[in-house]
Each structure stands twice: as C-alpha cells, then as structure tokens.
Design a protein around this ligand. Structure first.
Ligand code: OGA
Ligand code: MN
Length: 224
C-alpha cells in the first residue's frame, strides 16, 4: 500500500520542503535515485546562480580524481572547473542549510546515518565533459548519496551537457537529465555509473555528497 505523508508524523522539515523530501525519500527507497525537475526552491537556485556567476577564474580549480596523495588532475576523465562551497556567503549558507534539512529527513526516513555534506560549484565550458564514473566505490570511500542541481535557464535540447544516469555497469542507454534550473538529481553514490555529456555552452551546476563518518582510530578522514 502506498504511504502518505501522515504515515510519518514524527518527521520534521520546514513545511514547504516536507512534500519534496518525502518524494525524494520514496524515490530513493524504491529505485535508488530521484530526478525532480525544477524542485529546488527558486530562491536558493537564484542565489546559487548569482554566486556562481560572481566567481572569477581564480576561484575555480581544475577538478581532480581521487583523494589525498592519489589525487590527480585527469583531463581525460573530466574537464570541468570546480569551486568548493564553504558557507562563507549567504547563497552558500542557504544551500548548505537546505541540504542539511534533506540529510536529516533522509536519516529519519531511511536510517542512512548520513553524517556530513560536501559540495562544489562546477562549470563546464563548451566542450567540457565528465566521462562515465561512480562517485564512490564499495568499501573504499564514504560517499553514500550524490546530489546534483543545475542552474541553467533556457537550456535547449541542442545544448548538450546532459547527465546520463546508468542503472548498472551493463546499462548503455541510461536516463538523460537536462541540466535545467532547479532540477535535482539524487542517487546512491555506489550504485549508479553516470556521465556528463559535452556541453556546447557554459553549464552551471552544484554537485554534492552526503557522507557517513568514516573516521577510524587516530585517522580522522577530512571532509574533502
Ligand atoms: C560529479 C558529477 C554530474 C553533473 O560531479 O561527480 O557526476 O550532472 N556531476 O554535473
Ligand atoms: Mn559523479
């Protein structure tokens, strides 16, 4: 039987987010991913876009692959430029607060034990791409849920830059997500290979990851 919101009376989030958060939780529970066009509250999407448009080249870094010493700048795999969101701006704080509410909701609803959230702006200039990859490898990292939102109005079918989300390693077709303003793509980091097709114009987005706490003994894993 389908659940309705009142089946979870103890779950709390500001009222305008409750319905969305429940839809996302249900999607994750039933299919492992959630694609929600235009679902990010518009005032947050607008604030993020204006913040990202203010970033000059010096604030971006070439995106890297891997962590710590193993980190390499691999332009064969990805050619986007990124800038981590620290919460030092109003836009950053709005976004991080919203993501934190989503994290709390998913924890209550799906018992995921999500602990922290890290995220960055990403700019894909014309021709930029991110080849098929997983955000997390089983037993290796602690990224549990990936969250991407897009900041492009008037993106047309010929602009490229779609996210393609594959069901598993053998899936060659995938599901295409157009990177339109406010669309949310949320998926289990270890389960869904995905790629970003080459964009034909500047493509603005924010990518983030909910993580579990992987600190062991005296080695504290840094947030990024
Ligand atoms: C990533 C990623 C997808 C997108 O940054 O790991 O897969 O659509 N981004 O921007
Ligand atoms: Mn990814």
């Amino acid at each position: 039987m389908a659940h309705v919101l009142s089946d979870f009376p103890s779950l709390t989030a500001p009222s305008d987010n409750l319905l969305l958060f429940e839809q996302v939780a249900k999607d994750i529970e039933t299919q492992g991913f959630s694609i929600r066009p235009g679902a990010l509250p518009p005032h947050i999407a607008d604030a993020l876009l204006h913040q990202q448009l203010r970033l000059n080249n010096a604030k971006y870094q070439g995106a890297g692959i891997g962590r710590g010493d193993a980190r390499i700048n691999n332009s064969f795999v990805r050619t986007d430029a990124i800038c981590w969101i620290t919460g030092s701006t109003d836009a950053g704080r709005l976004w991080l607060e919203w993501a934190n509410e989503l994290k709390n909701y998913l924890n209550q609803r799906l018992f995921l034990g999500l602990f922290s959230f890290e995220s960055h702006f990403a700019l894909y200039p014309p021709g930029a791409f991110y080849k098929r990859h997983l955000d997390s490898f089983k037993g290796n990292t602690n990224r549990i849920i990936s969250l991407v939102t897009y900041l492009n109005s008037n993106w047309s079918n010929t602009d490229g830059g779609e996210l393609v989300l594959y069901q598993d390693n053998t899936d060659q077709e995938g599901i295409r997500v157009v990177p339109l303003m406010g669309t949310l793509a949320i998926f289990l980091s270890e389960e869904f290979p995905h790629e970003v097709l080459p964009a034909h114009r500047d493509r603005y987005s924010v990518a983030g990851w909910f993580r579990v706490n992987a600190s062991v003994a005296d080695r504290v894993d840094p947030p990024r």
